[in-house]
Design a protein around this ligand. Structure first.
Ligand code: SAM
Length: 216
């Protein structure tokens, strides 16, 4: 994603009641933030936030937290939320590497990864959001009956993710497709992200996989 500095983005994020500057303070307490015991779903690398905002509008009985590394991108989702004021949506500006500092064991019911950065060089493989290192981090925060959904246009990243999921035995691959938009069952209720719309309009097939914590 090409990043353009957005003047005032950091300040707006710092001032917003929909963003958390010190999310570590909320570890284990996110239900209090939403004032209910509803499940919490997170999107890591939410970009401009269209996907998670649509989900939050469609499913008011679920709480959503969007996570994004860059202020200049997150600000777009935040501006929309300042208009909408959805009670079940908030954001965190952070690098997902620190995810275990933010959420307590079992605090999260679903993790969405959409069109994650591919980090094509081998030496950067650990930075991929579907690397074994990240899958192990997610295990520390996901409920035993939770799930992880990953969509991408990138065939190499998807293949890497399938192979990685095989090696991390605590995750079980429950479904996958190499052409989401032509897979009736997996595409049911699909909400397109900004990147998904862009790639599918160029005719690029979209891959999707669903993982669940394995039961031993
Ligand atoms: N999910 C959106 C979509 O599908 O339209 C955006 C996809 S964009 C290619 C990937 C986004 O993930 C970028 O906004 C990037 O800043 C964010 N990102 C990448 N690595 C991240 C990390 N470690 N922690 C948080 N956000 C990350």
């Amino acid at each position: 994603m090409r990043l353009r500095n957005v003047p005032g983005a950091r300040e707006a994020i710092a001032e917003s009641t929909f963003c958390y500057e010190t999310p570590e303070d909320m570890k284990g307490l996110w239900s209090r933030r939403f004032n209910n015991q509803n499940p919490i779903h997170i999107e890591i690398g939410m970009g401009k936030g269209r996907f998670i905002t649509e989900l939050a509008m469609k499913y008011p009985e679920i709480n959503f937290i969007g996570i994004e590394k860059y202020s200049s991108v997150l600000i777009r989702g935040l501006e929309k939320q300042e208009e909408l004021q959805l009670p079940n949506l908030c954001f965190i500006r952070m690098d997902a590497e620190d995810i275990c500092k933010i959420f307590a064991p079992g605090e999260i019911s679903k993790i969405y990864l959409n069109f994650s950065d591919p980090w094509p060089k081998d030496r950067h493989a650990k930075r991929r959001l579907t690397s074994a290192q990240f899958l192990e981090r997610y295990l520390k925060i996901i409920r035993p009956d939770g799930s992880l959904e990953f969509k991408t246009d990138n065939t190499d990243l998807f293949q890497f993710s399938l192979e990685t999921a095989e090696t991390v035995k605590e995750w079980e691959l429950t479904a996958f497709t190499h052409d989401l938009h032509h897979d009736t069952a997996m595409n049911e209720g699909n909400i397109m992200t900004e990147y998904e719309e862009r790639f599918s309009s160029m005719g690029t097939p979209i891959h999707k996989m669903i993982l669940k914590p394995a039961i031993f």
